[in-house]
Write a protein that binds this ligand. Sequence first.
Ligand code: ADP
Ligand code: TRP
Length: 333
Amino acid sequence: MSKKEIVVSGIRPTGKLHLGNYFGAVVNFLKLQETHDCYFFIADYHSLTTHPDSVNLKQSIRHIMAEYLALGLDPTKCALYIQSDLPETAELYLLLNMFAYKGELERVSTFKEKVKTQPNNINAGLLTYPALMAADILIHQADLVPVGKDQEQHLEMTRDFAQRFNHTYQNEVLPLPQAFSFGDELVKVPGLTAQGKMSKSNSEKDAIYFTDEPKILRKKIMSAVTDSGPTEPNSKPSEGVQNIFELMRLVSNADVIEKFKKAHADCTIRYGDLKGQLADDVEQFVAPFREKIDYYYNNPEILNKVALSGQTKAKASARKTLDLVRGAAGLGL
Ligand code: ADP
Ligand code: TRP
């Protein structure tokens, strides 16, 4: 029997999960766990770049673990672990840093963005973020990395670091992983405030969270950015309106979307109705998950057990890679 392909992906515990995380990453995790050798983790080291409060961080880690389980990740089918429970990652990060050049790290778009948004905290961890992400992936010798479109550049760098390592030590220890999505392309879910991708780093009103209460959810969606309405037949929807259609594509029926598209084309659309429909359909989609998230979050024994079994599985795979990598680099006696 041929060996199963290896899959790795992680999400930073910087807040709760939103629809962008779900449709960009988690839907792929759910499918891949059925067929592949999967490692999914919570990237807590990564979140330290912004110096989060330690109590909040711990809560966030537990919350994402509860969400992973509630959304359908099954610890009997995949390794579900916490990044800092696998310090082998930190050792590989150190080795990969020797292959990560300052100039290219400074050109990474997520880094440049942070230089703008947090000019008082441009630390080395932020600069070398792509090397840590590469270590997460390469520590399991992954083939596929299910992520949203925003992570494409990091994946390219992972391949560059791996290739340089292999070339320098003249071996093929580290396979070159590919970003992966079941659709034709990597996904970018827009937010509600027309600031690009849905993100917890945008304003409070931008992201739709699984744990948003129905009232909050409706309020957020009803105040999504639109425009003053089409005045010319068949005109192109503005960015905000286009985003609402894109969100509907994820949660609404095709005939409902078609009806609103026609109404936009003949200028009879009422954005209140459009947003009301999206609010109903999102509520229907997230409601079943809310209770499950609550259940897992309030059952620390389950969370602890899952994290421990995930750590054990991940450690076995990480030790194997580190032995090869250390051997290739000539470390030790
Ligand atoms: P955020 O940008 O809200 O902080 P993360 O960076 O923690 O989210 O993303 C975790 C995973 O979710 C990554 O695989 C990322 O590509 C994916 N993701 C995040 N936001 C989106 C989005 N709006 N559309 C598609 N995928 C997304
Ligand atoms: N950088 C990713 C993000 O911001 C999170 C992440 C860290 C990750 N390590 C990873 C994703 C390894 C995939 C594989 O969303």
